[in-house]
Design a binder for this molecule. Sequence first.
Ligand SMILES: C[S@@+](CC[C@H](N)C(=O)[O-])C[C@H]1O[C@@H](n2cnc3c(N)ncnc32)[C@H](O)[C@@H]1O
Length: 259
Amino acid sequence: MARTAMQLIARVGLRQSEEQLQHDAQAYWTRDALHAPNMFHWRGPEGIPDDAYDRMGARNVERFRRFAAALDFPTTDLRILEWGCGGGALLRAFAPHANQLVGVDISPESLDRSVTELAGTGVPFEPILVTVEDPEAARDRLDTPVDLFVCINVMELLPSNAYGLRMLRLAHDVLRPGGMAFVQIRYTTDDTASRPKRAFYRANTAFMAAYPLDEFWETCQRLDLIPQLLTIEPREEIIGDRYAYYALLKPEGGTGPQD
Ligand SMILES: C[S@@+](CC[C@H](N)C(=O)[O-])C[C@H]1O[C@@H](n2cnc3c(N)ncnc32)[C@H](O)[C@@H]1O
């Protein structure tokens, strides 16, 4: 009941500060989430069965392959960074395309699982632990730009829309010119219930950031991550409804992000 009440209050527009939301997000992913049922980003008894877990990775690699084919983007020997890598489901699926994998997350437990998940792939894996308050620490740890930046099943649970854009600026910083950001958002519709919530992170975890499709497209342009292609999934297995996938390219000799 308390959870439903908090969802309703957030829905009518109560706002908490960005600092509070960041604090609560950090606490959720490093404490509460460890005991939450159906952690779909973990394999096995605490998460989801192997077949569903593997389908999640395969589905997203297939989307990337389609984007890459349409854009004549390379698919071998890539240095790939995933923001919010969880238990490594996606990185494992991407491994055949990579010569190096980097996983950024705020949860030490999830990074440990990624290490285990990726151990058999034969591709070197660098886990990077950050905090919600200081995501820029990941950029400071990287000495080589990446070819592909992946962020899937994460943007909707960042503390706010503004925080999502902060993460995209980091994507721009760490990508090589010509590199691709393959990014998924939860999108809003005319239904007011689809708007991002601004309070009670624990009760609204997967509904904290959401964007209109066209606004997100234009925002990426301003951030010098030029949108090329978009796939919309109104309803999807395991993760739910209203997801969209963008292929964004960092131009060679681009202007850099406009603030
Ligand atoms: C739902 S899981 C998705 C994991 C993976 N991307 C997948 O699809 O299997 C979300 C992950 O994002 C991480 N996360 C949450 N907030 C984050 C943030 N601000 N920065 C980086 N990672 C974050 C969580 O710890 C968790 O591992």
